[in-house]
Design a protein around this ligand. Structure first.
Ligand code: NOJ
Length: 757
């Protein structure tokens, strides 16, 4: 009761303020005061309780080491020994569990309810790597906003997103969940997504706390194998891995999740250098750090902590504030404090951080604020969201090849054969993180294209991609043998004007614990493609996948290739609009597509070697492969349009010594016959530096839509933040010397100029 009154007083007080910045400060100091008053009332056991998070009663986002603990979990909630839950969702469930905490625990502190609302809750947006291909920050912000609106209507107040891990390794299944390989693009997207989830005001009922994860370097797992060791140098850590986290912190993200991996010998969950020195001290992060699922306990398997007690001690000292599902905080911290092994101030600090977020969400004023049945009913799957998820889905599609203008396909009079199991799939396009959404809730490609009803369509599956179980936590069986559907597919292809083949990965073949050693079309799909090609070469290949694939044969033979990822609820509609030309594709790859898996890690912002070029024909001693080119199949930033663009008149004005800016302008023209949008990308090379710099780094971009024949001047201003880099001591430095500027439509941009600092 006391807590509710305090909250009420806070509202009255805030309501009297005029100046909004003043009112924010007042609100903050009010919250700080409330947190301190509450902390003073709490026992050590209750404070530790705030640091404990349990999964709900369906442990579906991690292994289940603690089966049969349900009764204990319930008892702990009632005893104030739990601060947050995950995987409890739906108004009825959340209300029931919240009630236990609020009504039965001594202080009635409300729980946080976390869930992996990664790219939608019920209405599903494209998987994050697909959205990143849109390069449209506002559309991504909106996508996260919709996710927050739906999830919050279902009782959830905290999401474990965005994943901001940079990765250069397509074998790693979780690249589907990130923004790709580039730290600048990744940072911009991190900000947009945090803003989308959290909004301007966290206390609103339709905004939720966000989590930037996984801190840090999870995307650099050796050999792309999930949960594997990471060993990277300081230059990569500071310049590539950390910037998106910093951007999320600057955008006021409320929590950060530990990574499962060891980073340079120290498990991230127990890494004081990462959590305290960088995150909390250097960056002043004032939210809280949540472990990943049992990542506290996993420090034993890593060979870092001898047992659960030692793991809890190391994690707490390092700066992990909340323990997800390992039980070690709740079981060990009290005696660790009593025995003088962990300073009680660290527990206070962690509890303070968690309580602050609860106050900011407004949970003390109304613990059931996300629990309105009526709102839940009217919000979930509300048709009003569909236009926006369709918009981002279209923008996420990348046109990879369009020989002889095979695309767009005519909207009438065509006999079209549609082939591939994924064409008829209404679940796979929802992607791997769609645990809140219902199976079969996506528009399939077939459904989308059949709306263009002036053509004649025939469909044949050809071959399954996977067989058997598609449950989230189970391994999928790839179809490597059954080709019984090939003949049927070949026979419909023979008489077709155009063949649309929808091939790729099932939605659950990427994501957590879905690493692959190959980047080809799984199973018998490549054979199917080649056999259909034998009878009809007029093929448009629509790819659905959660990672870059290496498809050199398709690139050489197939005239039309469309990268359509897993695009969520509106998938089929978005694909159809692109195929038939109602939407002119504008997506640009956020990650390099290799020619062969053996090139991985392959990324555009690489360093030069000492022997980068072939010195003379036939020479062997230079940096290359003897059996494959060095170059990618499709570079970072690449994507075609149904029109074409040209770039000219690059002008660089160097005013750095006067006002600290270097201005770059370029004229962009639409040289084709259709209206279209491109993304103007500016890359920089700091040619000589005290720590070597990449051959190119994306520094800024802008999207521009032009009518046929129209030209526009695009201007960029570079400042120190764009010109400098982190040295190996983690200091940001801007060094004098020569810089090269490249502007264009992808990372092969060759319109270039130079300036000196
Ligand atoms: C493990 C994943 O690594 C993490 O990203 C996720 O948020 C948690 N499980 C909770 O489901």
């Amino acid at each position: 009761m006391k807590l509710l009154i305090l909250g009420f007083v806070a509202i009255l007080f805030i309501g009297c303020q005029q100046d909004p910045s003043l009112s924010n400060k007042t609100e903050e100091s009010n919250i700080d005061q409330q947190v301190e008053e509450l902390l003073a009332e709490m026992t050590l056991e209750e404070k530790i309780g705030q640091l404990n998070q349990y999964s709900g009663f369906m442990d579906f986002t991690g292994p289940q080491p603690n089966k049969g603990r349900t009764a204990k979990k319930l008892e702990h909630i009632k005893n104030g020994k739990v601060g947050a839950m995950l995987n409890v969702h739906g108004v009825d469930n959340v209300r029931a569990v919240q009630k236990m905490a609020v009504k039965e625990s001594r202080l009635g502190i409300p729980l946080l309810f976390g869930f992996d609302v990664v790219h939608g809750y019920k209405t599903i947006s494209p998987i994050p790597i697909a959205e990143a291909a849109s390069w449209d920050l506002e559309a991504m912000r909106r996508s996260a906003e919709i996710a927050a609106e739906e999830a919050s209507a279902s009782g959830i107040n905290w999401t474990f997103a965005p994943m901001v891990d940079i990765s250069r390794d397509a074998r790693w299944g979780r690249v589907m969940e990130g923004a790709g390989e580039d730290p600048y693009l990744g940072s911009q997207i991190a900000k947009a997504r945090v803003k989308g989830f959290q909004g301007e005001d966290l206390s609103k009922t339709n905004t939720i706390a966000a989590t930037a994860k996984h801190f840090a370097a999870y995307g650099f797992a050796e050999a792309g194998r999930e949960y594997n060791t990471v060993d990277i140098g300081t230059s990569t850590l500071y310049n590539v891995v950390l910037p998106p986290f910093k951007a999320a912190v600057d955008a006021d993200v409320k929590s950060i999740m530990n990574a499962f991996n060891v980073l340079n010998g120290i498990p991230a969950t127990g890494d004081k250098f990462l959590l305290r020195d960088i995150l909390k001290d250097k960056w002043n992060f004032d939210g809280f750090v949540v472990s990943d699922w049992d990542s506290v306990g996993e420090m034993v398997a890593h060979g870092f902590a001898e047992d659960g007690r030692e793991a809890a001690k190391q994690a707490a000292i390092a700066g992990s504030d909340m323990d997800m599902e390992s039980y070690h905080f709740v079981e060990e911290l009290q005696s660790l404090v009593e025995d003088g092994e962990v300073d009680e101030e660290l527990i206070n600090d962690a509890a303070r951080r968690i309580l602050r977020v609860k106050y900011e969400l407004g949970l003390f004023e109304d613990p059931y604020k996300y629990c309105s049945e009526e709102r839940e009913k009217e919000t979930l799957y509300n048709p009003k969201f569909r236009a926006d998820v369709l918009d981002i889905a279209k923008k996420s599609i990348v046109l990879l090849k369009n020989q002889n203008d095979i695309l767009p396909v005519k909207t009438s009079g065509q006999n079209i054969a549609v082939i591939g199991a994924l064409a008829d799939d209404k679940t796979s396009p929802l992607g791997s993180w769609r645990i809140g959404a219902d199976d079969e809730s996506a528009i399939s490609v077939l459904e989308g294209i059949e709306k263009y009803d002036q053509n004649k369509y025939t469909y044949s599956k050809g071959a399954d991609v996977v067989t058997g179980e598609t449950q989230f936590t189970r391994e999928l069986k790839v179809n490597t043998t059954d080709k019984s559907g090939f003949n049927d597919a070949i026979s419909i292809a023979k008489s077709a004007d155009v063949v649309i083949m929808v091939l790729g990965e099932h939605g659950l073949q990427s994501g957590e614990a879905r690493s692959r050693t190959r980047l080809d079309l799984p199973g018998v799909q490549q054979e199917l493609l080649e056999e259909v090609y034998e009878v009809n070469q007029n093929i448009v290949l629509v790819l659905q996948n959660g990672r870059p694939l290496a498809l050199p044969w398709a690139d050489e033979h197939i005239p039309g290739i469309v990268e359509a990822w897993q695009l969520g609820t509106e998938s089929g509609n978005a694909i159809a609009e692109v195929l038939f030309g109602d939407y002119n594709p504008s997506g640009k790859l956020p990650m390099t597509f290799p020619r062969h898996v053996g090139q991985v890690p392959i990324y555009y912002n690489k360093k030069s070697t000492g022997r980068p070029e072939l010195p003379s024909p036939g020479e062997v001693f230079w940096s290359h492969y003897t059996d494959e080119q060095n170059s990618s199949l499709y570079p970072f930033g690449f994507g075609l349009s149904y029109t074409s663009f040209s770039f000219k008149h690059l002008i660089i004005e160097n005013n750095h010594s006067d006002d600290g800016t270097v201005s770059v302008s370029v004229e962009v023209s639409n040289t084709g016959k259709r209206k279209g949008k491109t993304t103007v990308q500016l890359y920089l090379q700091d040619e000589f530096a005290s720590v070597t710099r990449p051959v190119k780094e994306l520094k800024v971009f802008e999207q521009v839509e032009l009518d046929p024949g129209e030209s526009r001047e695009i201007k960029f201003q570079l400042r120190d933040k764009d010109l400098g880099f982190y040295n190996n001591s983690g200091e940001f430095v801007v060094e004098k010397g020569s810089f090269k500027v490249y502007v264009g439509e992808d990372s092969h941009a060759d319109l270039s100029g130079e300036f000196q600092l």
